[in-house]
Design a protein around this ligand. Structure first.
Ligand SMILES: Nc1ncnc2c1ncn2[C@@H]1O[C@H](COP(=O)(O)OP(=O)(O)OP(=O)(O)O)[C@@H](O)[C@H]1O
Ligand SMILES: [Mg+2]
Length: 369
């Protein structure tokens, strides 16, 4: 898949920008706070329907403006796809796919597929489970619309259940009113768990091969799905287990005002030579693990969709040592890549096809040396 054109209007600090990335590596360089990440964020928004930095559309709209607009034109094997998103401060979005207005937000997914690699991803193994869940969610939403919708239903039910817990604690509702939301959590939650289990299994196979290559066969990487509640053979049985868990924690949940069981507490286990890298991994080890996970994400997406996703590297080159940088660069062939960096020296060996300098939201194509 190749992005032919990116158009931004009143997006973040951009009044207007048109970018035609090349099919290989396009580099955005410039000082801090000039608008490099904003470009990747807009592309990521078209891939996942979400910004990786905020859940408030208002922040994406240029200060003082009412509407932000992003348009991406991509070429896939089956032809050209156009994705347009208009964001308004009130949170209302208008999404158009190939010129027609989408009835549901999920219709956005699958047209532009992408993998974003940002400095926080390098901390994915050491930081809390939230980053690891986001990793699953963002990848799976792009690959499986049913996952995206299940997650949407789950999160909505979780929020409603939270509100109800507060009302029950205040005596304004009875505990049995939780049944309705529990049922929704059970249905969507068990669906989420089974899709995650299948995904992590496939990811683990690829990550282990990649990791062993990166570590010169010295390290064995095992990645496992760690669901918060028991996963059973069939989705129906998993739903039963989740239902039992929710019921078991109900009294406590009313006291603590949180839902303490379910896939919003899932994790991914990362083990190097049998040792839990989340707790005991050295800084170098956890970075290599993150790199292996990200590279397998690209691989998996390529296999599932039949073509490579666009890869966005936000400032990660500077965070990697020369050896890991080279391993990453070696894998970029055949993958359209958008890179941001402040120091061009970090790109040594990346062979940029197009270099764009970003200064206060003004883009200038740099002359090739
Ligand atoms: N809604 C908005 N309206 C106007 N400007 C905004 C808005 N949101 C962010 N900005 C501006 O965008 C700039 C940050 O852009 P971005 O995050 O892309 O920087 P960057 O070039 O990636 O910098 P760094 O190298 O530090 O990562 C800041 O100057 C910020 O003030
Ligand atoms: Mg940035």
């Amino acid at each position: 898949m190749v992005i032919k054109e990116i158009i931004l209007k009143n997006y973040r600090n951009y009044e207007s920008a048109e970018i035609a990335p090349c099919a290989e590596v396009t580099v955005f360089t410039g000082g801090n706070a000039q608008g490099k990440t904003n470009i990747l964020e807009a592309v990521y928004l078209c891939c996942t329907g979400r910004s990786h930095r905020t859940s408030h559309d208002r922040e994406l709209i240029k200060t003082g403006e009412d509407i932000a607009y992003v348009k991406l034109t991509v070429l896939r094997r089956d032809g050209e796809h156009e994705v347009e998103i208009a964001l308004s401060g009130a949170g209302k979005r208008i999404i158009k796919i190939n010129g027609s207005r989408a009835a549901r937000s999920g219709e956005l997914l699958g047209h532009v597929t992408g993998v974003l690699f940002a400095p926080e991803d390098l901390r994915m193994v050491k930081d809390g489970p939230a980053l690891r869940r986001r990793f699953m969610d963002m990848e799976l939403s792009q690959l499986r619309p049913s996952y995206y919708y299940a997650l949407q239903r789950y999160n909505r039910a979780l929020k409603q259940r939270g509100a109800l817990l507060r009302q029950i604690a205040a005596g304004a509702q009875t505990a049995d009113t939780l049944d309705m939301w529990d049922e929704e959590l059970i249905q969507s939650g068990s669906e989420i768990m089974h899709i995650r289990a299948e995904f992590v299994k496939k990811l683990a196979e690829r990550a282990s091969v990649i990791h062993s290559g990166i570590s010169g066969e010295k390290e064995r990487l095992d990645v496992t799905y760690e669901p918060d509640t028991e996963i059973r053979q069939s989705a129906a049985d998993t739903a039963c287990a989740l239902g039992e868990a929710l019921l078991a924690c109900r009294a406590n949940d009313i006291k603590r005002l949180v839902t303490s069981a379910g896939p919003h507490r899932d994790d991914i286990g990362v083990f190097v030579n049998g040792m839990d890298a989340r707790a005991f991994g050295s800084q170098g080890q956890v970075r290599t693990c993150a790199l292996s996970l990200k590279l397998s994400e690209i691989e998996l997406m390529r296999e599932e969709t039949g073509e490579a996703p666009v890869l966005m590297l936000d400032d990660v080159m500077s965070e990697l040592d020369p050896e890991r940088r080279r391993l990453l660069i070696d894998r970029l062939t055949g993958v359209q890549t958008l890179v941001t960096c402040t120091d061009k020296n970090d790109l040594a060996g990346a062979n940029a096809g197009l270099m764009i300098s970003v200064k206060n939201a003004v883009l200038t194509q740099e002359e090739r040396l």
